[in-house]
Design a protein around this ligand. Structure first.
Ligand code: ADP
Ligand code: MG
Ligand code: ZN
Length: 612
């Protein structure tokens, strides 16, 4: 029961109680004063009197009923005597005395205070709830908050047709769909159906989407819960939620239990500090217990997703648990085209839209980025009162998704514009003149997000590996902005700090993780461990000596200094080209790929980058 429903019921309860309360107390009989009553008695117009303590229910000659209140402690005969009623007359009256001990009597005495008390408690609870709000679900503690999607729910139904790319993952999961649809086929041959499938992939590759699609294809119920939802303030809640979730799932088998972002609970145990850590550990243990506990062919398949498989507890990956692991690759150019087409569906596109070209221009975009791109373009088109989404909006949205929104309002003064123009010209020229780089796609001094200007270079093909040479050139490109500022203005602005940070990080990875340093050789330096409570790397297990640490520093310095020297040399040699690029930027704000080579006056050093 969710908390709004509960609040509603409490309120309803109090309203019903109020109704009962009113009913008990309000008597619809007419009242009559004692004087009139006595007169009626004397006139012989009273048929019958029932005495309820101090109340007299009187039936008159015309059968009308009235109520008379007498003084407490005075009997009916005393009243009649005091008012001087003829004793003869009084004797003929038909009087019934009702002992005040019936259920109704007690109810009338006990119920009103009881009801007011209940009412008060009810109202207090109700307001208490309101104040507590959504955050503190103290009352619903151990119940799982899993959302269930029924197979008949066609509105939220997702199938494999809605997921583009990730072909291997889809193939693997087709098998799971088979398991769920025809478990007997596998049972007949003595095959054990896997209990757990782990989806791994970087953010936005469609893990959540794919899990839904499996349920949609298999047409089974789908329980969706996120790892972080298990863990709350109170110790023990997570474990009890896990129990509850599996309880529900077993009742609806065959079905899928989907635990999204499982790394929130499934991180390696025994490596952290603090109380919340214990809670996480208990939750994880409970998941393991539940997974071990059910029969393999029961038809409950647990699908989990994570973008950090490296931090997961090895116990999760043991046989009988998440022993199926499915990797979702980032989309390549063909997948990107497919994904864009899926998200272009209910959007009217203009004739000039070329999805293929968009796919070419969006390397490194995840499925989620591409969905976002389509949506941003549609918003832009709507804001411009267009009937259709055109290529202009789509191209603009690429940069918006990549770098954040344009900041036209961020006005730079002339000096800042000049520094930015030369800074970006530095990045762009170094890119253009080094032999293993990607082509310069666009240079701009319009601020976007937090950057004053930007240079976009895009790979001509999808690649997953890079060479040491390419990374060295990359460092030179990153420092191109810094070099340009120093050469042209003899001074450095804060604008180069992010470039420095990136260059340093890259140099460190090259030396310590990728074995790209001659002197330090093919060795990993340091085991990087995560501390859960900050959720990011703050801690490195140093598994090397102090003297190695010094060498690492020296090697990083060398890489960075060499890169800076390369950049400095190119910029000094081609000072005229620098001026041309910077001047162009100051008048036009952006240069596109086609114009760039003309402005520089030289073809790109990488023959692959000659524009088509
Ligand atoms: P993840 O769980 O891997 O972070 P999601 O499944 O939440 O990513 O993806 C977010 C959104 O991005 C999806 O709802 C969908 O609109 C879009 N998307 C991601 N990957 C794909 C894909 N392969 N095909 C189609 N749409 C995708
Ligand atoms: Mg997700
Ligand atoms: Zn820069």
């Amino acid at each position: 029961m969710n908390s709004t429903v509960r609040n509603g019921l409490i309120l309803l309860g109090t309203i019903v109680l109020l109704g009962v309360f009113a009913f008990v107390n309000v008597k619809p009989a007419e009242t009559m004063d004692v004087g009139t009553f006595v007169t009626r008695v004397q006139e012989g117009k009273v048929k019958e009197i029932t005495v309820h303590g101090d109340r007299l229910d009187v039936r008159l000659a015309d059968d009308a009923k009235v109520e008379v209140k007498k003084e407490p402690g005075e009997s009916l005969s005393e009243v009649l005597k005091n008012y001087g009623v003829d004793p003869e007359k009084a004797r003929t009256l038909k009087v019934t005395i009702k002992e005040p001990n019936g259920v109704g009597y007690w109810a009338a005495i006990i119920l009103p205070p009881l009801l007011s008390f209940a009412l008060m408690i009810g109202l207090m609870l109700f307001f208490f709830r309101q104040v507590q709000g959504q955050n503190n679900r103290a009352m619903s503690f151990g119940q799982s908050t899993a959302r269930e999607t029924a197979p008949t729910d066609n509105k939220n139904k997702v199938t494999f047709a809605d997921v583009a790319g990730v072909r291997e993952a889809k193939n693997e999961l087709l098998e799971v769909v088979e398991f769920l649809k025809h478990p007997e086929k596998f049972a007949k041959l003595g095959a054990k159906i896997p209990k757990g499938v782990l989806l791994m992939g970087s953010p936005g590759t469609g893990k959540t989407l794919l899990a839904r699609a499996v349920a949609g294809e298999a047409e089974v119920p789908f329980f969706h819960m996120s790892g972080s939802e298990f863990v709350e303030m109170f110790v023990g809640v997570g474990a009890s939620r896990v129990r509850d979730l599996f309880e529900r799932a077993k009742k609806s088998a065959p079905c899928i239990v989907f635990i999204d972002e499982i790394d929130a609970v499934g991180r390696q145990r025994g490596s952290g500090l603090g109380g919340s850590h214990d809670e996480r550990e208990q939750t994880l243990n409970q998941i393991l217990v539940e997974m071990d506990g059910f029969e393999p062919n029961l038809g409950v398949i647990v699908v989990a997703a994570t973008n950090r498989p490296d931090v997961l507890d090895p116990a999760l990956l043991r046989p009988g648990r998440f022993d199926r692991r499915v990797v979702l690759d980032p989309p390549d150019i063909r997948d990107r085209e497919e994904i864009l087409n899926i998200h272009a569906k209910n959007k009217p596109l203009a004739k000039d839209v070329n999805i293929k070209r968009l796919a070419e221009r969006t390397p490194g975009f995840s499925g989620a980025d591409l969905a976002n791109l389509m949506n941003e373009a549609a918003i832009l088109a709507a804001r411009r009162d267009k009937e259709q989404v055109t290529m202009v909006e789509l191209l603009e949205s690429i940069e918006k998704v990549m770098l954040g929104p344009e900041r036209k309002s961020h006005l730079m003064n002339e000096a800042e514009r000049k520094v930015t123009a030369y800074h970006e010209a530095g990045h762009a020229l170094v890119t253009h003149l080094l032999p293993h780089t990607d082509p310069v796609q666009k240079v701009s001094i319009i601020s976007r997000g937090r950057a004053a200007g930007y240079t976009i270079k895009l790979p001509t093909e999808d690649r997953t590996m890079k060479t040491s040479t390419e990374y060295r050139e990359e460092i030179a490109i990153m420092l191109g902005g810094y070099a340009a500022e120093k050469i042209i203005f003899g001074d450095i602005t804060t604008g180069a700090s992010n470039d420095m940070k990136n260059a340093t990080g890259l140099a460190r990875s090259m030396v310590t993780q990728w074995g790209m340093s001659e002197t330090l050789g093919p060795r990993m330096y340091g085991q990087h461990e995560d501390m859960i409570f900050l959720g990011r790397e703050i801690h490195e297990n140093r598994d090397y000596s102090e003297s190695r640490a010094e060498k690492i520093d020296t090697e990083m310095d060398t890489l960075i200094r060499t890169g800076l020297e390369t950049a400095t040399k190119l910029i000094t040699q081609h000072r005229d080209a620098m001026d041309r690029i910077a001047n162009y930027l100051m008048t036009h704000e952006t240069i596109e790929r086609d114009e760039f080579a003309d402005v520089v006056g030289m073809p790109p050093a990488n023959p692959k980058n000659k524009s088509a």
